[in-house]
Design a binder for this molecule. Structure first.
Ligand SMILES: [Zn+2]
Length: 222
């Protein structure tokens, strides 16, 4: 595991930073793709976990969710507008339109559905973190913000590694995986207004350059 800040860890993944899973205190944030389950469970073994939360339940973020919750006997929480998809396993509602590529990705990556026992809303406190609603990539996408050291986990509002080329750098999530790109940009502007110093992504390495983040967001189209 890589230490990003006090009480914030990034689990080892393969390839590194391709699909990120974090530990904040005793809470697991996101759960990778299904094929990462063994590695995730091994890295979390022996920890006194208390909850598992999602930025959003896309199949590359909820693959090990059921396995984690059952192994550690902990509850699953996610953004209110995404809870139905996680409860039912109907991932189609989390994409703009079904395509063969998305169906193939879901078959390869998705874990089983699992009941969400708490629906998260703007301003909810989770340990040291606060929930920020960031709809767009999915309808119920949320970010997690710790004001004390201005640390932000923003899920897939922006990527810091291109999913196809694996080149490191900021980009918007691919449009065919994003329900409402314009709304997602509004969410990115909302996060930039918080002036985060450390930014942790669903895809790509952490970013410690707040100017790079601010200028990328400022230059996005409407
Ligand atoms: Zn993702």
């Amino acid at each position: 595991m890589e230490t990003i800040a006090p009480d914030v860890y990034l689990l080892d993944g393969f390839p590194k930073y391709a699909i990120n899973v974090y530990l904040i205190g005793n809470i697991v944030v996101d759960a990778g793709a299904r094929f990462q389950s063994t590695s995730i469970l091994r890295q979390l073994a022996g920890r006194p976990l208390i909850a598992h939360i999602l930025t959003h339940p896309h199949p590359d973020h909820q693959g090990a969710s059921k396995a984690i919750c059952e192994r550690f006997n902990i509850p699953l929480w996610c953004g209110a507008e995404d809870a139905e998809a996680m409860n039912t396993g109907n991932w189609d509602t989390l994409f703009p339109h079904p395509t063969p590529l998305i169906s193939a990705q879901n078959r390869m990556m998705a874990g089983p559905k699992y009941p969400v026992t708490r629906q998260l809303h703007e301003g909810d406190r989770i340990g040291d973190f606060m929930v920020i609603e960031t709809p767009g990539h999915t309808p119920g996408h949320v970010a997690y913000w710790r004001e004390r050291d201005r640390l932000l986990l923003l899920g897939d509002v922006l990527f810091n590694q291109h999913p196809l080329t694996t080149k490191v750098g900021l980009s918007e999530p691919l449009p065919f995986f994003t329900c409402d790109p314009a709304r997602n940009r509004q969410s990115a502007r909302k996060l930039a207004a918080l002036q985060p110093s450390v930014i942790c992504f669903g895809h790509g390495p952490p970013l410690y350059d707040s100017n790079a983040f601010q200028s990328f967001v400022a230059n996005m189209p409407d």
